[in-house]
Design a protein. Structure first.
Length: 234
């Protein structure tokens, strides 16, 4: 859409902070006013709107306001019924990337060195020990571990669930996503861990534009999800 505002700013309001475009509140698709609980998150969202479209009359794209979109998802789709989102995110624990190891010995060694500490963390911190297999055939995780992962997901508020809903699919790993949400793992390192296989293949075959673009998109998703978690806790 066309940018119709000159200025965007955050302002304290009943229930938290609002974002104003030339003095008028940003609204969610339902018509409700967008509200966030922390000033840093409100300022970051206002910053998105100040930059989106460049100047008044410029073309503004939805991807230029990713925090706004995630907050809207949290408020309108997740908050009314978190259980559905919790179940969808927790399901990634059934096929977590960290549990699937290569048959090629050099890559398998790298995976073990990089991934085993986070599976140990899952077992210790989340009470969710996960089984490891070689190759792509599914490995059945225990009901106890899956229930523990679901409990770890459901303890998070809607904003963090919205972030996990972006980060976990991008990483292919619920364990890495929960580590980010808990402040135990930086998004850049989580992304590096999730792309060990691709990096190994690129050492052998080189890079290609399609793969590079896909990885850049995934890295951006993980980064914005982690930023939302950080701002939600600020």
């Amino acid at each position: 859409m066309k940018r119709f505002w000159d200025d965007a700013r955050a302002q304290a309001a009943e229930g938290g902070y609002a974002i104003l475009l030339d003095g008028k509140p940003v609204r969610l698709p339902s018509g409700a006013r967008l509200r966030v609980a922390t000033a840093p998150l409100a300022e970051a969202i206002a910053g998105e709107w100040r930059a989106a479209g460049g100047t008044k009359g410029g073309e503004m794209r939805p991807e230029q306001v990713p925090l706004t979109r995630l907050v809207g998802t949290a408020e309108e789709r997740i908050a009314p019924d978190p259980a559905a989102t919790v179940a969808a995110i927790a399901r990634y624990g059934e096929s977590d990337l960290l549990c699937y190891r290569a048959t090629e010995s050099k890559l398998a060694s790298r995976q073990a060195e990089a991934w085993d500490p986070w599976l140990s963390w899952s077992a210790r911190a989340l009470d969710a020990p996960l089984r490891v297999t070689t190759g792509i055939m599914p490995v059945q995780q225990t009901d106890q571990a899956l229930r523990a992962l679901a409990r770890a997901v459901e303890q998070h508020p809607p904003l963090v669930l919205a972030a996990l809903g972006v980060a976990v699919p991008a990483l292919g790993s619920l364990v890495l996503g929960l580590a980010i949400a808990g402040g135990h793992l930086a998004p850049e390192e989580a992304y590096r861990l999730s792309t060990l296989d691709e990096a190994f293949q690129e050492e052998i075959w080189g890079t290609d534009p399609e793969s590079t673009a896909r990885r850049e998109s995934a890295a951006a998703d993980v980064a914005i999800a982690a930023r939302l978690v950080s701002l939600a806790h600020a």
